[in-house]
Design a protein around this ligand. Structure first.
Ligand SMILES: Cc1ncc(COP(=O)(O)O)c(C=O)c1O
Length: 465
């Protein structure tokens, strides 16, 4: 039984989430609270406090104030991460049997919501960047092509989902996309788990937030892109396309009946931090330091990939012939802990805590890494998944997930229907979802992915009987 000592251990440079950097960038009020008698803050929904779904009480009032600060009509704090709030939001937007339009890079929580709510995910493919194996966000013409194909599918679409920014920090001008989906008659949920700081408005060079883009529901993961404790998140509502009562009913299904008062207070503190002078100064400074760090690393030859979020620093390991997962294992042993290893890159989350001397450490480690694992030539280009622009699972996700299933080696699964997600974590983006029929091309591609993702991709898969 050794969990407690692990929580105190020094892991070296933590360039992973949560963004508060092991407490260093927690809002001051919260730091003070945590220093008072241990556990004194662990309270139930006392009448004075209330909870996210109560009309009265301090939590209700705090949510009202937070919504005012962000500039939306309502907000609900969540203690089960962006995961719980995305699922509640999706279930509020579509009824069983309806379909939801979403990009291929959705987080698995949204596919799981489709299973829970008997919804059909209509997945659209995304532009692929072969030098790194990442997808980029859709632009207007791309979305137009997707929408043009919708009538051929013969399904009733109730809502649309967009991801902004991606895990790595790729973002786009969301406003025209949201407006186009609205013209199509679709309410829009934006998974802005990684972009809460865009809504702070501290730096005009950051992409505009989904809030400003007019999305109907927006989810912010406050531990990923604000100074919240792990599991803290918020769901914002604006406009008149989604019924807030439906949102509350879904939240009631999917949230615990005993939300942690500490986590709720952390939601409040993280959002307030964006609007208090000290918090704004801190965020602005971190953004400037991050931009300066990237310039310095590039000057000294470290290949970085550009994204729209300066707080995500991406080493392009493929450029030196190194798989990002191998780079990660090597670096962890040397005290440099990244957030997201992928076959072509390694994403570091710089977070909100001060990172002293990081340029020196990174340059030294990069040099050693290239010497040790570099091949002198870039990795071959990554192959995009063989998928149509728009795809509906062959059979309902929910039915396939619940069906009796058997496990088969991937290579023997051609022609069969997946009964589970295939989903490396992180990033938690499914490569296969329940209900999809696996054709030869897809299986061949998955087998190739096993080579580059290692044991993140199992050698067998559950398929329906
Ligand atoms: C794009 C995206 N959305 C949602 C989530 C879920 O967030 P949380 O960990 O706060 O539940 C993640 C987690 O990695 C994510 O990457």
């Amino acid at each position: 039984m050794g969990l407690l000592p692990l929580l105190k251990r020094d892991y070296g440079r933590c360039l992973h989430l949560p963004a508060h950097g092991r407490g260093a960038a927690l809002p001051e009020d919260l730091q003070r609270l945590l220093r008072v008698r241990a556990g004194v803050w662990d309270l139930p929904e006392l009448p004075d406090l209330g909870g996210p779904l109560e009309r009265q009480g301090a939590v209700a009032e705090s949510q009202r104030q937070a919504a005012l600060m962000i500039g939306v009509q309502r907000g609900w704090y969540g203690v089960n991460g962006a995961t719980g709030l995305l699922q509640a939001a999706l279930l509020a937007m579509a009824r069983p049997g309806q379909a939801v339009l979403m990009p291929r890079n959705v987080h698995r929580s949204l596919i799981q919501a489709c299973v829970l709510g008997d919804l059909t995910p209509v997945l659209f493919d995304l532009p692929f960047m072969a030098d790194r194996g990442h997808v980029s966000p859709p632009d207007g013409p791309w979305l137009e092509e997707v929408l043009a194909e919708l009538p051929n599918l013969g399904v009733e679409i109730a809502a649309a989902v967009l991801i902004h920014p991606s895990y790595q920090g790729y973002a786009t001008d969301l406003k025209p996309l949201v407006a186009r989906l609205h013209r199509q008659g679709l309410p829009v949920l934006v998974d802005e788990a990684h972009g809460a700081h865009f809504a702070s408005g501290v730096d005009v060079s950051l992409p505009a937030s989904a809030v400003a883009a007019g999305a109907d529901l927006i989810v912010h993961s406050l531990h990923k892109s604000a100074a919240g404790l792990t599991q803290s998140a918020v769901l914002w509502w604006q406009g008149d396309r989604v019924d807030p009562i439906a949102v509350e009913r879904s939240l009631g299904w999917l949230q615990t009946t005993s939300p942690s008062a500490l986590l709720l207070a952390s939601c409040e503190a993280a959002i307030e931090d964006f609007f208090k002078p000290a918090g704004r100064r801190k965020l602005l400074l971190r953004l400037e330091q991050a931009k300066a760090l990237a310039i310095r690393l590039k000057q000294f030859g470290l290949p970085l990939l550009e994204t729209q979020d300066p707080l995500r620093l991406l080493w392009h390991t493929a450029a030196a012939g190194i798989n990002g997962l191998d780079a990660d294992s090597w670096l962890i042993k040397r005290g440099l802990v990244a957030e997201l290893p992928e076959p072509g890159s390694l994403t570091f989350c710089l977070g909100l805590a001060r990172q002293r001397g990081l340029a020196r450490v990174m340059l030294r480690r990069w040099g050693q890494l290239v010497e040790k694992l570099g091949t002198g030539a870039p990795l071959p280009e990554f192959v995009p998944p063989p998928l149509p622009k728009l795809a509906v699972p062959f059979q309902s996700c929910g039915i396939s997930w619940r069906a009796s299933s058997q496990r088969l080696p991937l290579v023997d699964a051609v022609g069969r229907i997946a009964a589970e997600l295939v989903c490396p974590y992180p990033p938690g983006i499914p490569l296969v979802i329940p209900g999809e029929r696996l054709d030869q091309q897809r299986v061949d591609w998955l087998v190739d992915q096993q080579i580059i993702w290692g044991d993140q991709i199992p050698v067998d898969i559950a398929v329906t009987e």
